[in-house]
Structures are given as C-alpha cells and as structure tokens.
Design a protein around this ligand. Structure first.
Ligand SMILES: Cc1cc2nc3c(=O)[nH]c(=O)nc-3n(C[C@H](O)[C@H](O)[C@H](O)COP(=O)(O)OP(=O)(O)OC[C@H]3O[C@@H](n4cnc5c(N)ncnc54)[C@H](O)[C@@H]3O)c2cc1C
Length: 590
C-alpha cells in the first residue's frame, strides 16, 4: 500500500530543507526522503549571499548563522604582472556596496547551514524525514492531476533493500544535480556540454601569504585560485580552476596541493591538514522543464547548475525552496487556488536563465585566455567583479507580471526606490509602542502572511488622518473576506503602518484600530505594527521615507508577499485596487 502524504520532498539539501521549513510553518502533512544515512556532515558549498542571510532573518534563524560564520568584508586581488611565476597584490576592494543589504555576506559550511534549518523545523514541530531512502521512480497521473484533492503522483523508493511506495499530491525534486526525479519525469538539462573542473580543499595552511584570512582572488601564471576563509580563524577554503581537459577522476589531493603551492609562489604554502576536498565538474545548464502538470516540481541543482565562482549553487537552490514552499502552503491550506503554483515555474525558470547568463559572463571574466583575447586588464577585471555584486549577493532577482506581481510604471512616482518584483529594500524605523529601532523587514517575517505596508505621512495633519481612517476601514473588509472566521484578523493580510513626524506626538486613539488588531490567546491589542520614520534613542534616524522614495505628503501603499518580494505599489486610497489584487489569487472564505 502506498503511503499517502500531501507533499513528498525528495532530497534534504538546502532546497528541500527550505521548502520543508515553510511546510512545517503552514502545518502541512509532508515527508522528506533522503538517500544519505543522515544529514550532510561536511563539505560542499559555503558562500552565503546577503539575500540568503535576509531569508534566514525572515525565518528568525539568522542569529546562529551570523554567529558561526566568517563575515566577508574585503577582497584582495592578486596578479602576476611580470609573468615571472610570482604574484603581488594589486589592490583591495569592499566585498559589496553598502546599499545592497543591511545583512553581511558570510561563509558557513553547508552542513551547518542545513542544520540550522533542521533545528528550526524541529522547533516548530516534528521533522518528518526518512534517511537512507532512495527515490527510484516518479510518475504523474495527468488525468488525476486535474482534481486538486487527488494524490496524483506515485513515487517508488528503496530503503535498506526494501521497496517503498508513496502517493502524494505534490512532489518536489530537490535531489541535486544528478536528479532521479528529473530523469524519471523525462526532462533534460540544456546548456554547456563541456564542464569546467574545479578542485576545492578545506585546509589548515602554514603560510606567510599575507591575505590568508581574506577573501582573495589570485590570477597567477600557474592558474586561478580563490581563497575563502572559513568560520573560526584557522581553516581556509581554496577553489582552484583546473586546466581545460582535466577529468574529475584524475584529480588527487596531492595534485591539488601541488597546484596551490605553484600559484602561491614565492610565498610558502604547506598544508598541515586537509579537512575535506573534492573535485567536481560544473556546467552552466538548466532543465528544459521545471514541472510536470504542476504536481511534480524540480528545484535547486536538479534544474540548474552554475560555476562555483559566483557562489550561486547553494543560494539559488535554497531560494527555489523558499519560493515554492509558501506557495504549496497557501494552496494546501486553502488560501489560494492551485494556479498559484504556476508562478513558481515562471519566476524561478527566468531567475535560473538569467543567472546562467550572468554566470557565463562571470566565468569568462575569470578565464585568463578570455581576458587576454579581449584585452581585459586586471583593473577592469576587478571592476567587473565588484559591479557584479548585486548578482552575487542574490539581490538582482526580479519577478515578472503575474497574479502575484502587479507591475505598474507609475509606482515610481509613489515610491521611487521600490522595484515591484524585487525584494523590499530595508530602512530603519522606530516602533511606536516601545521606541525600538528596527529594520522595516523585521515587521514582515516569513510566517505565511501578506503584508500591506502603508506610508500614511503625518497623521497630525487632519487630511492625512481622514484618508488613513477611510483606507483602514476598506482594508479591514478586504482582509475579512479572505481570513477564516475565528482566525486572528492579521493572520493572512497583515497591516504595517509607517508614519512620518514625531513618534511621541501620536496617541493610540489617533491610530485606526485596523493597525492594532486584537489577536492571540489572550485577545490583546497588537501594538508592534505601527512604526515611525523618526530619530531613535541610540541608532540615529533611518530616513525611511527618503530611503523608499516616498513623499510624506502623498504617501504610498506597498503590498509585500510572504517571501518579502514587492507585489504592488499604489496610492494610500486605492482600496479597490488592493481588493482586486488579492481576489486574483486568494480564495474568498467569507
Ligand atoms: C561534492 C560537491 C561539492 C560542491 N562544492 C561546492 C562549493 O564548494 N561551492 C558551491 O557554491 N557549490 C558547491 N557545490 C554545489 C552546491 O552544493 C549545490 O549547488 C547545492 O547543494 C544545491 O542544493 P540542492 O538542495 O539543490 O542539492 P543538494 O545539496 O545536492 O542536495 C540534494 C540531496 O538529494 C539527495 N538525493 C540525491 N538523489 C537522491 C535520491 N535518488 N533519493 C533521495 N535523495 C537523493 C542527496 O543525497 C542530497 O542530500 C558542490 C556540490 C557537490 C556535490
């Protein structure tokens, strides 16, 4: 008998775990099957983009990540100007533009990163994982798929030589670059046929090289090498691009160490111990399809692979899981129709395609042959490297028009610095209730809610106050239509009020009740949704209206998705626009 489960996640890498965390938060019945005997213990990816740190913060699990990781602040560039087998530093550069994110770019091994997610899943409830279970076949019944309640996907697996069978409503293929799920669905990887081979070693180096505790890019006559200092203050990762034609099976630890010694010449480079090493071939490829019948979906390396230089693999994979997880949660809890899942495919297919194009450019930039052929100087290389920061930070993702992205060129007149389709940028605001300075996204955590962020200006002004009062009444009615009876009024559509002017000049009576809803076990007024763009006691002034490009006299209303992407920007008075936007993808329950 097949075991029934709403969602079957095949593979417990970063993509699968991120989707699993969402499903736990939504209370969905799901199972993870993983062929390893237990969680990942060592090795693999390590670069954590600022966007991924923001996602951890949205799940409220950034603290262990920031505590345990190496923080990348500076890059050292090294070259071999005289082609005499020696290297010298050309310059230093900041790792990222400050404006990209308030979160840092950090380095942490993927095993620890995965563990932080698993710990959070366990904090929420049970972690329904079956280790030592290998997926063998996946079949989607196209006829059954038309019925949203049907268990339309059959999966067979093997656990310790024993055959297992599952019937699932949805299956996620999160099973990595050699995905069995992808093959079973009959999908192919498209793109480069020639893989570049990389050597990677986590080592304890005995060296007089001065930048060993910095991220460094070395272009030596002997080849390209990138240093990524690891968490703690002794281990370092080396990425070595191996000569064209190298075969993974021919790479040995000794050959990697000898290669590294040559690159670092004239500096001493002895390796006291190697904690982990690997050689792997990476091509820039994506799957021809990301879904079968919108019942089986591919995520992560199963549907796109990149070179490791731009540090994309783990991050983009995790962000696939972040994209599909809340959508499955919304569909399976009845908030949204199944058509919402179509946006996973449109959004992540185009993200994968763009990243592969970027990765190709970035790879060429690294290739000494390409630079020589195109006359790219080491200064131009360094400039290109830093300019690519928005991509490598994961902050260039922009989703296109869909049921959940309402593009509108006029939005720039309301919020000049907010891009619909991109994640909402951050700015500091001060909480009205307790004077705490917070980053605005802290009010928009990833808990399965849609946020309506209203920049209402200064409500000491009678006209602004009257406008807000009217909008609040309208939005209350909109939220009620989609929120189940008995649930907290903010549990699906959650209001956030950003006021300008003096925080201490506004009393509770002046704030419409919609922004201080009665919630929770004790039915208390929630006071944390109202913030001011004002001076704080110890952290200065965030100038949030200026940061978002909103004129306090005009105001703006911004709808933010459960994954913190900006969905719609409109006027404060446009309740009708908000209502019709939500009707496009939220079921009416009252
Ligand atoms: C050896 C190696 C070294 C790497 N080093 C780097 C690096 O240094 N830097 C970098 O940026 N990226 C690196 N990568 C890539 C990076 O780790 C991936 O991009 C990232 O892990 C992708 O996440 P994912 O969740 O999609 O897949 P994965 O992390 O690969 O997870 C897939 C999971 O599915 C499981 N699985 C596979 N097949 C089955 C099956 N049939 N049934 C059940 N479970 C299955 C696997 O055991 C695994 O746990 C490396 C990858 C590998 C394999």
């Amino acid at each position: 008998m097949a075991e029934k489960v709403d969602v079957l996640i095949c593979g417990s890498g970063s993509a699968g775990l991120c989707a699993a965390l969402w499903l736990s938060l939504y209370g969905i019945s799901y199972r993870v099957i993983e062929k390893r005997p237990g969680p990942l213990e060592i090795g693999q990816a390590d670069g954590v983009q600022t966007r991924t740190v923001e996602i951890f913060d949205a799940f409220n699990i950034a603290e262990p990540l920031l505590r345990d990781s190496y923080h990348v602040l500076e890059i050292a560039f090294w070259v071999s100007p005289n082609h005499d087998g020696t290297i010298r530093r050309s310059h230093f550069a900041a790792d990222k533009e400050t404006a990209i994110s308030h979160q840092p770019h950090v380095i942490l091994n993927q095993a620890r990163l995965n563990e932080i997610i698993i710990d959070e899943i366990r904090r929420v409830g049970e972690f329904p994982v079956e280790y030592g279970t290998e997926v063998k076949t996946v079949e989607v019944d196209a006829e059954l798929a038309a019925d949203p309640e049907a268990y339309a996907v059959r999966v067979t697996a093997e656990q310790g030589g024993v055959a297992k069978e599952y019937a699932a409503k949805y299956v996620l293929g999160c099973d990595g670059a050699h995905s069995t799920v992808r093959k079973a669905l009959g999908f192919k990887m498209l793109g480069d046929t020639s893989d570049s081979v990389w050597g990677v070693m986590d080592v304890y180096p005995l060296t007089d090289f001065p930048d060993i505790r910095k991220k460094a890019v070395i272009h030596a006559d002997a080849g390209n090498l990138m240093i990524i200092p690891r968490e703690g203050d002794s281990m370092v990762r080396f990425y070595l691009e191996l000569p064209t034609g190298t075969k993974v099976k021919d790479v040995s630890l000794e050959s990697l160490q000898a290669h590294a010694r040559k690159v670092f010449s004239p500096y001493r480079m002895e390796i006291a111990e190697t904690a982990w090493w690997s050689a792997y071939a990476i091509g820039q490829r994506r799957a021809d399809f990301f879904t079968k019948s919108h019942r089986a979906f591919l995520t992560g390396d199963a549907c796109h692979t990149h070179s490791p230089k731009a540090g994309q693999g783990m991050n983009v994979s995790l962000q696939d899981g972040y994209n599909i997880g809340w959508k499955l949660g919304a569909v399976l809890t009845g908030q949204s129709p199944a058509s919402l899942l179509e946006t996973y495919v449109s959004e992540r297919e185009s993200t994968a395609t763009e990243l592969i194009e970027f990765d190709r450019y970035f790879t060429q930039l690294f290739s000494s042959k390409y630079r020589a052929a195109n006359g790219i100087t080491s200064e131009q290389f360094a400039e290109g490297f830093v300019k690519s920061g928005r991509y490598t930070a994961g902050q260039a993702v922009k989703y296109d028009q869909s049921a959940i992205i309402s593009l509108n060129p006029e939005s720039k007149t309301l919020a000049a610095n907010v891009d619909i389709g991109m994640r909402l940028p951050t700015a500091q605001v001060v909480r009205w209730s307790d004077a705490k300075a917070v980053q605005l996204p802290k009010l928009l955590p990833s808990v399965g809610r849609w946020y309506v962020v209203i920049f209402a200006g200064d409500i000491n002004d009678a006209a602004a106050a009257a406008r807000l009062e009217k909008t609040a009444a309208g939005l209350k009615a909109v939220a009620e239509q989609h929120t189940p009876a008995g649930a907290d009024p903010d549990s699906l559509i959650d209001p956030v009020l950003v006021l300008s002017g003096k925080r201490t000049s506004v009393s509770q009576e002046a704030i419409p009740e919609f922004f201080t809803p009665v919630t929770g076990k004790w039915k208390m007024k929630s006071l944390h949704k109202v913030v001011f763009d004002d001076e704080s006691y110890n952290s200065g002034h965030g100038h949030a209206y200026e940061a978002y490009g909103v004129d306090p006299a005009v105001g703006a209303l911004i709808i933010v998705r459960p994954d913190q992407y900006t969905a719609k920007v409109t006027t404060v008075a446009d309740v009708e626009g908000v209502a019709s936007f939500f009707q496009g993808f939220l079921n009416k329950v009252r």
